[in-house]
Write a protein that binds this ligand. Sequence first.
Ligand code: SF4
Length: 63
Amino acid sequence: MRVDPIACRAHGLCADLLPELITLDEWGYPIVASKPVPAGALADGKRAVAACPTLALRLVPRV
Ligand code: SF4
């Protein structure tokens, strides 16, 4: 899971939808855990990506 810090507008929606991986800093910008999205949270991860109003959030393949 990655956030484009330029595109992000700190809506905070992603942290609501994926709290196990995303927290918000004091300004409302997301802090994404560096660990991979667990298989059990993948549906929530996809929902968070789809809900981001600025397309700042994306799932990237594990390398
Ligand atoms: S939903 Fe999108 S714009 Fe809002 S805080 Fe998350 S990444 Fe940023």
